[in-house]
Every structure is written in C-alpha cells, then in structure tokens.
Design a protein around this ligand. Structure first.
Ligand code: FAD
Length: 462
C-alpha cells in the first residue's frame, strides 16, 4: 500500500476505504456509462470530522478529490478521470436524518441520506419534502444540493436551492464551515451557502443540510391528457393556472414518441387515446374541492379544443400508474438506443417554435432523426434527446444548442454541466461570466483539487 493510501486508511479505517478494482467498479463509471474512470481509491468517511481529515490530507499531498453521492447524475460529474490519481469521496455512509422540526417545518440530514428516505421522514410527521425526481430512490441530499436538482415539483416549490436553509461544508483544505441554521430569514452577511448549491462539488464537500419542508397536501389529483400540439399544451397551462392557481405542482409535457418507448420497453399502456403530445398534470391542496376544480378545467379545455382526451386518476394506484409513464421514459430511452441528451430551458411562450426550429435544424443535418422529447413544460425545461447511431454527438449538441441560444435559453436547466457539457458551456457563456466563475473557483480552491474538469475545463485548473 502506498503512503497516500496508508494515510487515508489511518483516517477512515477498514470500512472507509476501497482499493480493490472490483469493489470500486460501481464508483468508477457514471449512470449513463459515458465516462468510465479509474479511481485512486474510494474513501467512504462516516463523519464530518473524517471528511475534514481526508480533505486536509489530500490537500497536503496534492490529491484531487471527486465527491460522489448516489452517482445518478446525468452529466458525468461524480466520476474520476482515467488517470488512477483521483480519489472518489463517497458520502454514502453519512446517512443519518439528524432531526425534524414539525412546527418550524425543517429537516436536518447528512448529505448521504437518500432523497426518498428524507421524503419518508418528512411524511412521517405529516410534512412534505417536495424535491422529487425519478432517481429519488438512489440520489442523495448532497447530490441534489450540489446539482441544484429540479424534478417534477419545481413549478410550485422551486428548485432545490429554494429548499435549502442551512449547509455544513468542508472546504478543499479541510476547514469545516458550519452554517446549519434553521432560519427562514437571515440577512446577516454573505449568504455563502449559495455558492455550494449547484456547483457540482467543484468548490467543497457538502456534509449536511437543513431543508425547508412544506405542509403535506391532503388531496392530490393526477390526470393525463392528450393535446394536439405543444401550443395547445400551453393553452391548457394557462387555463390550469387561471383556475387552479398555485395548487399545480407538476405540468409535464410528454411526446407520443416517449409514450411509445415506455410501452415498448416496460409494457406500460396509456389510458388516453393516442395523441402526438400528452400532458401529465398534478395538483395538491389541503382544502376540499380540488377534484371538482380539476374536472372544470378539463371540461373547459375540451370545449376550447386544447385537450383531446384525458383520464383523471381515481385512486392512488392509478395516479402512480400515470406517473410511471413519465418516470420510465429515461430508462426506456437507455434500452432503446444511445442518445445525445439535451436538458434545455427556453422561455415558456417560445417552446412550440423552439420545437419546430430544432426539428428542422436536425432534419437538415440528418434525415429521419428520432427525438425523445419530454420535460417540465411548466418550468420551461425540456429534455430533448436525439437518438442516434453513428452521428457525431458534438455536431448534434451544437445544432440544438444554437437554436437554444437563438431563443435566449440555457443549455442546462437542471442536470448541470459535469464533464458532459464543459466545452459547450465555455462557448455559450459570456467572457465576463467566465472570468467571474474562475475568480470564485480560484478563491476557494486555488490548487484546483476539487472535482477537476467539471464545469470548468481541466486545462485552466490543473
Ligand atoms: C432516472 C433519472 C431521472 C432523473 N431525473 C432528474 C430530474 O427530474 N431532475 C433533475 O434535476 N435531475 C434528475 N436526474 C439527475 C440526478 O438524479 C440528479 O442530478 C441528482 O441530484 C444527483 O444526485 P446524486 O446523489 O446521485 O449525485 P451524484 O450523481 O453522485 O453527483 C452529482 C454531482 O454532485 C457532486 N456531489 C455529490 N454529492 C456531493 C456532496 N455531498 N458534496 C459536494 N458535491 C457532491 C458530484 O461530484 C457530482 O458533480 C435524474 C437521474 C436519473 C438517473
């Protein structure tokens, strides 16, 4: 064992260090299997003090550190390069929910707590942790904070950032910064926690967080409707906003192609007559009358012609079946084909035109391109995934992102940059924005040991 490994072993003990290639295999490659890496080792500390000691040790020895939570990220941010010199720091053993305050509506958890475990802990005291995404059975609190994850409830509750009240982080040199405050109002100085949210482990390690909880809706109505086109989906959104207000928590656009994939690979059938596009809508409230309100919107939408057909779930099981059609899309796509994924934000009124323009641009590049498009229409966020075999991913990225730029959109709405979009980000962000990003990175991680090559290119920081 080398001196570095012996030093790490002395800090985290036998349960906290993996060096065997077969044991490290799951930590070495990302969920999409696009970025195979080779870790120096995998450290699995179980306390903040151990994380701090590992970071101080790595800082002293010049070892780069790649934080990893559930490794469900879509941008290759949680895996090391192939050099065999980067340490993966897994937070999986820091998995305790430290406490819940029912009246203050907060939950404090260590960063390795699985999102679903935290959701269940909140439900146990009749509160809701509204961060929700298809990977919630594996994604961790540290991971969703470090990617500022979105998911299906952003329309009503905002991104993960809006749920974070306090953070504990360990800086690249091992310094522990404890900001685990439960306060809803706190304007005392810089709100430093914001720079660790969504920065994908490039500035420090998130070890624990205090999250805001919400009242748990006692009624929930879930419906799937078919719509003639994306503009009709937006007309339906306006009707829903006018009549249901902020009870709408999810408004998901799903293409007929996506529904077909889920049917093909998971045998799930759609209860609504076939359409080119579908909308999955969910509303929740703590007062009565919600179902009647949704039915009224539905009738108005049918009358206006923006909805063709629809089904409102009659039971919890039916609601879950409708959600399965949405949640299985990503896995169905992975079974169908390799794809070039785009996670874009577009100003909401421009989405129908974006879809036309992007489709035409791709068609000019290659005939018959298949696109798996679905996403969080109410947030202006589309997953626009081009199923390809043999085409250059960089060309496809460039074509789609050029159209995104024309509409003033963003090339990453919620999945982050990781290593997947580093080059594209450098092309799309203005020079002053890039200068500012480098200033922040250099101030906190001057040696460039935190998650090298993620968000910012490796050339600039190693
Ligand atoms: C089927 C599926 C559906 C998904 N749906 C959505 C969705 O709807 N919305 C959405 O936003 N995302 C979605 N994702 C992406 C992914 O689940 C999220 O990005 C999630 O937040 C990642 O959490 P994780 O614990 O797996 O993080 P990881 O993948 O382990 O890490 C993600 C990034 O955060 C860093 N990181 C992890 N933990 C820490 C820590 N404690 N401190 C510092 N840095 C850390 C890593 O270095 C990496 O850069 C989906 C993924 C899958 C597989």
């Amino acid at each position: 064992m080398s001196d570095v490994l012996a030093g790490l072993y002395a800090i985290v003990g036998p349960k906290g260090l993996l060096t065997d290639q077969s044991e490290m295999a799951a930590y070495a490659i990302d969920w999409r299997k696009l970025f195979p890496g080779k870790p120096l080792a995998v450290a699995r500390p179980s306390t903040t003090a151990e994380v701090s000691a590992v970071m101080a040790f790595c800082h002293h020895h010049g070892v780069a550190v790649v934080p990893q939570g559930g490794n469900t990220g879509m941008a290759g941010g949680a895996v090391p390069d192939a050099s065999g010199r980067e340490l993966v720091l897994s937070l999986a053993r820091m998995n305790h929910v430290r406490g819940i305050d029912q009246v203050g509506m907060t939950l404090e958890a260590e960063s390795g707590v699985v999102l679903q475990t935290a959701q269940d802990a909140a439900l146990a005291v009749n509160r809701l942790l509204p961060i929700s995404l298809a990977a919630e059975g594996s994604a961790t609190i540290g991971g969703v904070i470090s990617t500022n994850a979105g998911g299906v409830n952003v329309l009503r509750y905002g991104m993960t950032r809006s749920m974070v009240l306090g953070l504990e982080v360990v800086l690249p040199d091992g310094l522990v910064v404890d900001g685990l405050r439960q306060l809803r109002k706190d304007n005392a100085g810089y709100d430093w926690k914001q720079i660790f949210i969504g920065t994908e482990g490039t500035l420090g390690i998130v070890t624990a967080a205090v999250l805001r909880l919400m009242p748990r809706p006692t009624q929930r109505v879930t419906a799937l409707v078919s719509v003639p086109d994306p503009q009709a989906a937006l007309d339906f959104l306006v009707l829903a906003q006018d009549n249901l207000g902020d009870t709408i928590s999810a408004f998901e656009l799903i293409s007929g192609f996506s529904i077909g994939l889920v049917h093909e690979h998971f045998g799930l059938s759609c209860p609504v007559s076939a359409g080119e596009w579908y909308v999955l809508i969910e509303a929740g409230a703590t007062i009565s009358g919600l179902r009647e309100a949704v039915e009224t919107v539905f009738e108005k939408a049918l009358g206006q012609g923006c909805v063709l057909d629809g089904a409102i779930a009659e039971s919890v099981q039916q609601a879950s079946d409708l959600w399965m059609l949405r949640e299985r899309i990503t896995e169905s796509e992975a079974k169908e084909s390799k794809s070039v994924k785009h996670d874009v934000s577009i100003p909401i009124p421009s989405i129908p035109q974006f879809l036309i323009d992007a489709g035409q641009a791709l068609e000019r590049h290659a005939n018959g391109t298949r696109v798996n498009c679905f996403g969080h229409l109410g947030d202006g966020n589309l997953h626009y995934n081009v199923l390809i075999a043999g085409h250059d991913a960089k060309d496809i990225n460039r074509i789609v992102h050029d159209v995104v730029d024309r509409f003033g959109g963003s090339i990453s709405a919620e999945h982050g940059i990781g290593q997947y979009r580093v080059d594209e980000l450098a092309l799309r962000r203005s020079e002053p924005e890039q200068v500012l990003a480098r200033m922040i990175k250099t101030a906190i991680d001057p040696v460039g040991l935190m998650n090298p090559g993620k968000i910012l290119s490796r050339r600039e920081f190693r």
